[in-house]
Write a protein that binds this ligand. Structure first.
Ligand SMILES: NC(=O)c1ccc[n+]([C@@H]2O[C@H](COP(=O)([O-])OP(=O)(O)OC[C@H]3O[C@@H](n4cnc5c(N)ncnc54)[C@H](O)[C@@H]3O)[C@@H](O)[C@H]2O)c1
Length: 479
């Protein structure tokens, strides 16, 4: 039993209902059973209900086989599950989480039906990822008893839950949802009812900057993915991820952000997405997206970065300029090579979070850079144990710098607009998407001043409004 915060009537959440027994609903109900709540699963489609319940039981048994919990715990959890064929079967639940299809009218009428079936004291939570919690609760008599509980897919594996405050959600309601999420073994963060809440919003540049880099022919999709994996420590590159999620699904999400924000330049979808969808290249599910999936693995394994001479000297601070006998390399965190070394022979480089810690160095040549100087720079970085990527196009931050700086910028916009607290934003990105670091952790590792410098250079050189800088980031950089 979970105490409902400072609830005036001192009620407790002991019984949880889940409405919708699909991918998310079945997973959320499993967490409720494991959290020792009496759990009522409902779906108007009887086959979906039976399917969701059996998926849940199988998943409990599989978890016991894998040692995630004991067979006794799995059995006890399964015994807590009840199937509710009718919505009325959820009467008596203290909290109902709806995981029905993503359709505002459907969710509104489901909430109205639940309010009638369960009575005024039941808390109604929605697992929506893209609709407004306030809009779903509109028209209810007790909107203060509603909130968002946004789980990530698959719920039993992803530890994040965004507890979303609608305009009228009460503190008691939010505290109860937070406590329930914890009792389910999840890590709750508080989020405001804004577009994409926290994790999905801050992840926007992870997809959109790579599309712009590809569109401007700075780099190829395969190279961008490799740089993001090896250099950024992300498990998957953005193009692999879009192929996995579905290029069409991802495009719909992009359009939804763009439309809901009345055309925020940072969230503008890319024509490449429309072209891919029109061509039917939807990703893994169609055998082809950015990669080809018909012929076995879509990419070679990443090279191990341990090839270099690790005893070779690594510069302690990050130099703006590395001057060696055979070449000069110029850091591109303050501008593109053509601007920093106009007409010169230097090589451009980016290594993040800094040269000492970086696993990977991106290098680019300027118009007058000789192939010999470029090769010498490559040998130099390889000799100190770095994986080297030769990037085609000259732009501030090159690939990883441009993506990470815009992620940091988005995180700061999210905080300054009240979407969440900085610490919660970092937690959201680590637990919701398995990122190695959240935006504020990246900012500290790279240095807020360098992030600011890179974004200022992007804005100056590309002349695009989407690189305008969050005032919270300027403040952090002391600028
Ligand atoms: N799939 C994801 O990755 C993911 C992640 C986070 C949040 N969400 C959100 O979770 C919700 C459910 O997504 P899903 O992927 O589980 O969808 P799904 O299609 O797998 O399942 C939806 C279920 O809802 C049932 N349903 C239809 N009408 C209903 C009603 N009136 N009342 C109750 N149930 C009804 C359907 O029969 C179906 O079984 C959506 O709001 C979605 O945006 C999805």
């Amino acid at each position: 039993m979970v105490a409902v915060g400072d609830s005036p009537d001192g009620r407790a959440v002991g019984r949880i209902g889940v409405a919708g027994a699909g991918t998310m609903g079945a997973g959320i109900a499993q967490l409720a059973c494991l959290g020792e709540f009496d759990t009522y699963l409902h779906d108007p489609d009887q086959d979906a209900l039976a399917g969701g319940a059996s998926q849940l039981r199988e998943s409990l048994a599989r978890g016991a086989e894998r040692g995630r919990w004991t067979p006794a715990a799995a059995e006890a959890a399964a015994a807590r599950l009840r199937e509710a064929r009718e919505l009325e079967g959820l009467a008596g639940c203290d909290l109902v989480i709806e995981a029905a299809p993503e359709d505002l009218e459907l969710k509104r009428s489901l909430f109205a039906g639940l309010a009638e079936a369960c009575g005024p004291k039941t808390i109604l939570a929605t697992n929506t990822s893209s609709l407004s919690v306030t809009a779903i609760a509109a028209g209810l008599e007790r909107p203060e008893r509603t909130c968002g509980m946004h789980f990530f897919n698959p719920p039993p594996l992803m530890r994040l839950v965004e507890v979303v405050a609608g305009d009228q959600s009460s503190e008691e309601t939010l505290a109860a949802a937070t406590d329930v999420a914890r009792a389910m073994g999840r890590e709750p963060i508080r989020a405001a009812d804004g577009i994409g809440f926290v994790a999905n919003r801050v992840a926007r540049p992870f997809m959109l900057e790579p599309l712009r880099l590809l569109g401007q022919r700075i780099s190829s999709h395969g190279q961008i993915d490799r740089i993001v994996r090896i250099g950024g420590g992300f498990r998957m590159g953005p193009f692999e991820l879009m192929d996995l999620v579905g290029v069409d699904v991802n495009f719909e999400v992009a359009k939804s952000f763009w439309e809901q924000s009345f055309h925020e330049p940072r969230w503008q979808p890319h024509p490449i997405q429309a072209r891919m969808v029109a061509a039917g290249r939807l990703g893994r599910k169609t055998g082809r997206g950015y990669y080809d999936y018909d012929a076995g693995s879509h990419r070679p394994d990443d090279p191990s970065p341990s090839g270099g001479d690790r005893d070779a000297p690594v510069p302690s601070a990050d130099p703006e300029l590395i001057e060696e006998r055979e070449f000069t390399a110029c850091s591109l965190m303050r501008g593109g090579l053509a601007r920093l070394d106009p007409g010169g022979t230097a090589v451009g480089y980016v290594a993040l979070p800094n040269l000492a810690e970086a696993r990977l160095v991106e290098i680019v040549r300027g118009r007058a850079t000789t192939p010999e100087a470029l090769a010498a720079a490559g040998r130099h970085f390889a000799a100190v144990g770095k994986h080297v990527e030769w990037v085609d196009g000259d732009v501030p931050g090159l690939v990883l710098g441009r993506i990470l700086c815009q992620i940091v910028n988005e995180g700061h916009f999210a905080v300054q607009e009240g979407a969440a607290m900085a610490e919660d934003v970092d937690t959201a990105m680590r637990l919701g998407f398995n990122w190695p670091r959240g935006p504020f952790e990246w900012a500290r590792a790279i240095g807020p001043g360098r992030v600011l410098g890179c974004l200022e250079a992007l804005r100056a050189e590309l002349g695009e409004e989407r690189y305008r800088i969050a005032s919270a980031l300027r403040a952090e950089a002391g600028a």
